[in-house]
Ligand binder design. Structure first.
Ligand SMILES: [Fe+2]
Length: 197
């Protein structure tokens, strides 16, 4: 490879400048503190969502920070299990949790309303009018995840399959069953409006 090509190639993720790396650390800490589940199924679900989201964003040339995306992915379902955040549905509670945990923190100048879109609409099966491209990547990533890679939005089969292999499903089906019961008890209308995990 020529020196010119080296200089212009996209570096691996772990070599990039990561000004918001503290958000990834926070994400893992918040997740461990909030999730009530044994095993790694729920954690890997969130991490797969992050991988798919960043793959979609990279394909579209979007510049959303990778560590901020990780924090959004790790908290996107925590509204289902958080006992200290309020909101009409779990999506709103996930959003409340995000803002409670990041109060006073630097988000790299990202518009908070953009994060809100990512957290409030990621479960929608149908396109949402006027949704930002970044939030649309989260929505599409959820569909890749729940179709187990059958729907890929233009991503190649191999890299998507690799994500599922890197981050195995574990006990996630048991977690989903618990999500279902929690949702039926607290907010059955959420089931009408979209998938709930
Ligand atoms: Fe989810």
């Amino acid at each position: 490879m020529s020196s010119t090509a080296t200089a212009t190639a996209t570096p691996p993720l772990d070599q990039r400048d990561r000004p918001l790396a503290h958000l990834a650390t926070l994400a893992d800490e918040v997740f461990e503190r909030t999730s009530p589940y044994e095993g790694f199924g729920f954690r890997n679900h969130c991490r797969r969502l992050h991988r798919f989201t960043t793959m979609l964003m990279q394909a579209k040339g979007l510049s959303f920070d990778i560590d901020l995306a990780y924090l959004v992915a790790m908290v996107h379902d925590l509204g289902l299990v958080s006992e200290q955040d309020t909101g009409e549905n779990y999506l709103q509670r996930s959003r409340a949790l995000f803002h409670r945990e990041t109060a006073g923190l630097e988000l790299g100048g990202t518009d908070p309303s953009l994060v809100d879109q990512c957290l409030l609409f990621n479960h929608r099966l149908l396109p949402v009018p006027n949704l930002s491209p970044e939030a649309e990547c989260f929505r599409r990533a959820v569909i890749i995840e729940h179709s187990r890679g059958l729907k890929r939005w233009g991503l190649e089969r191999g890299p998507v399959k690799q994500v599922f292999e890197d981050l195995p499903r574990g006990n996630f089906d048991r977690v989903l069953l618990d999500f279902t019961w929690r949702t039926l008890r607290r907010e059955p209308t959420t089931l009408v409006n979209g998938i709930f995990f």
